[in-house]
Structures are given as C-alpha cells and as structure tokens.
Design a protein around this ligand. Sequence first.
Ligand SMILES: NC(=O)c1ccc[n+]([C@@H]2O[C@H](COP(=O)([O-])OP(=O)(O)OC[C@H]3O[C@@H](n4cnc5c(N)ncnc54)[C@H](OP(=O)(O)O)[C@@H]3O)[C@@H](O)[C@H]2O)c1
Length: 323
Amino acid sequence: MEYVTLGKTDIKISRIGLGAWQFSEAWTKPDYSIAKEVVKKAIELNVNFFDTAMVYGLGVSENYLGRALREANVKRDDVVVVTKIPGDFLNEYDIPLAVEKSVRILGLGYIDVLLAHWPPVWHNYPTCEYARAMEKMVRIGLVRYIGLSNFPVELVESFRKCLSTVDVEVFQIRYNIVERYAEKELIPYAEKNRITVMAWSPIAKGAVTGKYTPQNLPQFQDVRSGEPVFHPKNFEKVYKVVEVLNELSKKYGKTPTQIALNWLIMASPVVVPIPGAKNPEQVVDNVGAVGWRLSQEDWLLLDRLSRDIRIVYSIRYLDREFA
Ligand SMILES: NC(=O)c1ccc[n+]([C@@H]2O[C@H](COP(=O)([O-])OP(=O)(O)OC[C@H]3O[C@@H](n4cnc5c(N)ncnc54)[C@H](OP(=O)(O)O)[C@@H]3O)[C@@H](O)[C@H]2O)c1
C-alpha cells in the first residue's frame, strides 16, 4: 500500500480508501456479513481510510462500518474514518445532535473527519453558522478534522474565512476518468492549499470497469437507474475510453479498473480515490491500483482521449418528446 498525508495534518492515509455507501439500500439489500467481509479484506490489504455518511441508509452504513472495524480489532489510531453531515442539517441546532448520534452509531469514540456532505440549498443557513458549529465539534473532541464535499471554490473560501482555530483539510468531489470537472478549479485549489481530495465515484459507478458494454447495459435496479453516465448516448462516449482501458489492461497485466484508478492517482498528488466495493474481490481489485504506475505515454493517451468527453447530464430531459 502507498500512503499520503491527510491535508495539513501528520496523519498518513492509504492512497486508496474504501467507500461504504455500498452498505445501504441505494446499492443493494444491506447485509452486515458482506460489509464485514469487505471491511476485513480492506484492513488486511492495509487500507486505513474509510468513507461513510449519515444519509447512507440513514445510519446503516455508519453502523456496519463502525461495527466491522471494531470486530476487526483494529487499533483506533490506525484507521481514519470520514463521515458526512447532509446540507439539510447544517445549522447550529442540528449539527451537535446529528454529530453526537453519528459518533454513537460508529462506536469508535470520535469521528476523524466530518465533512459537510453538500451545501445547504433549501434552508438558506448562513455559511458562518454551520462553519462555526462544525469547528465547535472539533473543540469538544467529537471530531478531529473538518472538510467539505461538493462545495464550489467560492463557498469554500467563505467557509474558511469563518473558522478561527481549524482549517478545511479534506474535499470530497465527483472525479473519475470520464468526469473531470473537478480539475477546473477544485483540484488546483486543493493542491495550492494542501487539502486532500477524496475522489467519489472514482470508477464512474462501475462504468469504466470494462464489465459493462453498450450491448450489455443492464436496466439497473439500484441508484444507477437514472444515472446519466449509463444512458446509452453517454455510455457510447464512455466506452471509447473503456476500449483503451481494456487494451492497456492486457499490456500491463492489470484490470481496466486498476488502470482507471491508477490514471486518477497520477493526475494529482492530493487525489485519493474511495471506490465502493460490494464484495471482497472488488476490494482486492481496487487496491491493486496502487504500487505501480502507467508510463507517461499511456497516461497522456488516456488524458487526451478522456479530456473531450462530455457527459450530457440533461440527457433524460432532452430525450423527452411532447405532442
Ligand atoms: N460525497 C458525495 O456526495 C458522494 C457521492 C457518491 C459517493 N460517495 C462516496 O464515494 C464512494 C464511491 O463512489 P460510488 O459508490 O458512487 O461509485 P464507484 O466507487 O465509482 O463505483 C462503485 C461500484 O462499482 C462496482 N465496482 C466496484 N469495484 C469494482 C471492481 N473492482 N470491478 C468491477 N466493478 C466494481 C460496484 O457495483 P457493481 O458491482 O454492481 O457494478 C460498486 O458498487 C461511495 O461508496 C461513497 O462513500 C460520496
């Protein structure tokens, strides 16, 4: 395993984390025995960086992750657990209530990193109100570090100005080889300000693993049922990258998933992908993405090919016809 430093702290995190959204009904019928095996395999392979959120099964994912870590008998200091508080809870009343509950559900004594999951959109909570309330969670010891998920740079700046004794150490952003908006502003900002970027959907929800083809696109019954990346008109563009991932996979003796994740970690030193896994085999595959590097030539080949891909997020709307 390779390790990098978390933000401006002295904590070392594994270069590949584990996303625990898969331990919820968004992806599958939650089953603790599977979650336990997934976490156990990640620990065995020296992954120490875990991601969950309050909204993942409304506590089910936090519960499974915390329980599996406790049952794996890991030393508390040897793992870094990130959870996220939804934008709707980002006010001074809900923050302490929800964070205390999350600490209790996880059962690990404290949260290593608390992220605001997304900006408050419906309630107009003032930025400084939730920034200071999150900072207070650090002061009282429920949380060690804070960060922001899905926040634009302008709002990150406003949020940071409200803080007095802590800073933002982590971003979490959608980032994968076929969806590269994060490169425009957030990743350069994170590099400049020594902020770790957790890349979510780092394998585009499975779209770049090579197992889905335009001829074999399932009608997903999970969170992917309306996912634009899998819409046939978008997926046909995604597949042009997948074909090259397949070729490189033969050249390197790695899987297409490993090539796609390796490309991501080479893209920036602050990026840490957090793929979600549904079984221990997927954990093994994802962890095999580190410990080696693509050649510069092959990295650039993928860079050029994927740079021009435009996923049309409004595709389902555009497709509708009315009399
Ligand atoms: N901050 C946010 O707003 C946000 C949003 C989304 C996710 N996240 C976090 O990011 C994590 C990862 O993102 P994600 O779940 O959206 O997508 P992802 O990691 O890109 O894709 C995960 C899916 O890909 C498939 N897969 C995983 N490893 C594989 C492998 N080695 N080979 C083949 N297929 C594999 C699995 O589904 P199948 O086997 O069914 O194909 C799995 O459910 C989540 O668990 C969550 O912790 C955060």
